[in-house]
Design a protein around this ligand. Structure first.
Ligand SMILES: NC(=O)c1ccc[n+]([C@@H]2O[C@H](COP(=O)([O-])OP(=O)(O)OC[C@H]3O[C@@H](n4cnc5c(N)ncnc54)[C@H](OP(=O)(O)O)[C@@H]3O)[C@@H](O)[C@H]2O)c1
Length: 272
């Protein structure tokens, strides 16, 4: 119950990883406000919160619109004890609203709006509330797309989220506000049709060194750690939670596939 007596705001909490983060903080005793555009999905997560015996309230908001974010923070601020902000809302190419016919400027506007503007607006308006609470934590969700490169602009927007996090960490420090990032690899969610939740499925390469995708709860655990007092000396950092995917190269991937059950030998070659 690390967050009892604290309010937590989770953007994009009405589905996927964000929904897992909402569940996690509720189980840790927090009161949770969460935001998204789809009211129906928001109501469903509110109902799930009752089953967990927690208090969660959905706020409908397009987070790429500054005035809507200002309203959102105004409303959540009335609760009066905002201690944690999780900027989880975001969208890759398929979900960013980019259409094939969009010109470059429109594509960038949409990608930036969903991933970077949302994080920047929410953080900016929430900072005074966190300060007035006596300090707090911001945790932003980026992506390992920033490490690997990625088709399109998603990796660019997410890299900017990581850079923004470092600036927030500097500016927040005098007010006892920490800012960090969690960078997920491939995470299976209920909205994901690319691969089944249980494992690698039809994928031709492993989505992690464990041969499976991660879960929203595994990302939520990393977020909660960085938001908690246990991470009191950690700020401006990005914690990669990708099941080791980013340490693989083609050689280690093929070795993993061929010799996955061999215990550490200290050498690459035949094991006596
Ligand atoms: N799943 C993965 O493998 C993975 C890997 C790395 C990083 N990530 C990142 O993790 C975060 C969550 O992803 P997910 O897989 O859980 O995707 P998801 O199920 O599509 O959830 C995205 C959430 O963001 C919200 N959102 C997007 N644009 C918004 C906007 N303009 N205003 C308000 N809400 C907005 C959506 O709400 P509405 O539906 O109501 O619009 C939804 O709740 C994203 O930042 C994503 O980039 C995911």
């Amino acid at each position: 119950m690390r967050f009892r007596g604290k309010d937590v705001l989770v953007t994009g909490g009405n589905s996927g990883i964000g929904r897992g983060i909402v569940h996690y903080f509720l189980k840790e005793g927090a009161r949770v406000a969460f935001a998204g555009r789809d009211r129906e999905k928001g109501r469903a997560v509110e109902a799930e919160a009752k089953a967990i015996e927690g208090e969660a309230r959905f706020f409908q908001c397009d987070l790429s619109e500054e005035h809507q974010v200002e309203d959102l923070i105004g409303q959540t601020g009335q609760w009066g004890r905002l201690a944690v902000v999780v900027n989880n809302a975001g969208a890759g190419s398929r979900r960013s609203g980019i259409e094939p016919g969009d010109r470059p400027g429109a594509r960038w506007d949409k990608m930036r709006g969903a991933n970077l503007d949302s994080t920047y607006f929410v953080s900016s308006y929430a900072l005074p509330l966190l300060r007035d609470f006596g300090g707090g934590a911001i945790v932003n969700i980026s992506s390992t797309a920033t490490l690997h490169g990625n088709w399109g602009l998603y990796c660019v927007a997410k890299a900017a989220v990581e850079a923004l996090t470092r600036s927030l960490a500097i500016e927040g420090a005098p007010h006892r506000i920490r800012a960090n990032c969690v960078s997920p690899g491939w995470i299976a969610t209920e909205t994901d049709t690319a691969a089944p939740a249980s494992g690698a499925g039809d994928w031709t390469v492993a989505p992690s060194v464990f041969g499976r995708m991660g879960t929203p709860a595994e990302i939520a655990a990393a977020v909660a750690f960085l938001a908690s007092d246990e991470a009191s000396f950690i700020t401006g950092q990005t914690l990669v939670a990708d099941g080791g995917l980013s340490i693989l190269d083609y050689t280690s991937l093929s070795l993993l596939e061929q010799r996955g059950s061999v215990l550490f030998s200290g050498m690459v070659g035949d094991i006596p």
